[in-house]
Design a protein around this ligand. Structure first.
Ligand code: AMP
Ligand code: FE
Ligand code: FE
Ligand code: ZN
Length: 293
């Protein structure tokens, strides 16, 4: 039998439509250059980059899963829910993502106002770092701090002025994870909890909440991710088995905004196929000669 390597699939990446540094078309080009057969565009709380990414994949031998990463929270704990192949025109999803982006905008303004009392930085500095209409987050404040020479790079800013313990931080308005899963399924998409074991305080949700999410249609767990801690990953694999969830692995690429490189973690073909099978909101886009077509 011929030895055909598994397709190379990475299902989590951000463009400049949220807090990545590359336009969607350039992100697709970077994914192709990294040798990926399949990539997903998962900007925070927006599908505004889809058209450009879809156009870019049409002349490359690879496939695109359009998606998004929905911001949800429980108390002060932020829970990110990836949503693949949603209907981008779904009324409830459109309304809720607009509400989250507005909440993020207002929260960033308040944080910058507080930071501005101690450091020379203005709201215009932050706007200058974000593409028009981009989902605003701490990364854009970080870039403004770097541009002002107040922090050496994004990561240092997250450890420093933007750290929740710094006194400038506040969370942004966001729905609960349960509502997030319901919204994504309601829009015909497939929900996957992003980097669930990325916190030193343990997995972002407990087992009773996981059961609620499974009942609401949770599809999978992102197990292989550079920020997931080893101990938590074992629990996630255990849960995936027990609750019949698929697992994914991905880079969470942000261009030059994070050290994460395309393909540093990958997703098995069976999980890619499960997402496509479960979805009814939209379809994957296959370029000519894609191995995933
Ligand atoms: P926010 O959602 O506005 O609180 O900001 C969190 C976002 O910042 C996450 O989605 C990450 O993509 C990004 N982020 C977190 N830590 C870092 C870091 N050290 N360097 C660059 N980006 C980061
Ligand atoms: Fe991000
Ligand atoms: Fe995330
Ligand atoms: Zn992400």
């Amino acid at each position: 039998m011929e030895d055909v390597p598994d397709p190379f699939i990475d299902l989590h990446a951000h463009s400049s439509v949220s807090d990545g540094t590359e336009r969607p078309a350039d992100l697709v080009a970077a994914a192709a250059a990294a040798g990926l057969d399949g990539v997903a565009l998962t900007d925070h709380d927006t599908t505004a980059g889809w058209d450009e990414a879809i156009a870019a994949v049409r002349d490359r031998p690879m496939s695109l899963l359009p998606g998004l990463e929905l911001s949800t929270r429980v108390g002060h704990r932020s829970v990110h829910v990836l949503g693949y192949l949603v209907d981008p025109a779904d009324d409830a999803l459109v309304a809720e993502t607009a509400r989250i982006r507005d909440g993020r905008f207002a929260r960033a303004r308040r944080m910058v106002e507080r930071i501005g009392r101690d450091h020379p930085i203005t709201w215009d500095d932050v706007l200058a770092q974000a593409r028009d209409g981009a989902t605003i987050g701490r990364p854009h404040i970080a870039d403004a701090l770097v541009a002002r020479g107040l922090e050496p790079d994004r990561s240092a800013a997250f450890r420093g002025i933007l750290h929740p313990a710094s006194g400038y931080y506040e969370p942004h308005e966001a729905p609960t994870p349960l509502r997030g899963v319901e919204l994504i399924r309601g829009a015909g998409g497939v929900p996957v909890i992003a980097h669930p074991a990325a916190s030193s305080r343990g997995i972002v949700i407990d087992e009773p909440m996981l059961r609620e999410l499974v009942d609401a249609g949770l599809g999978g767990l992102e197990v292989d991710h550079r920020e997931n801690l080893a101990h938590g990953k074992r629990t996630l694999l255990d849960w995936a088995e027990r609750y019949d969830l698929f697992v994914t692995g991905s880079s969470d690429y942000h261009g030059t905004g994070k050290p994460n490189r395309f393909g540093e973690h990958r997703t098995a073909r069976a999980s890619f196929d499960a997402i496509v099978d479960q979805a009814s909101g939209s379809v994957p886009v296959h370029g000519p000669g894609s191995r995933l077509a």
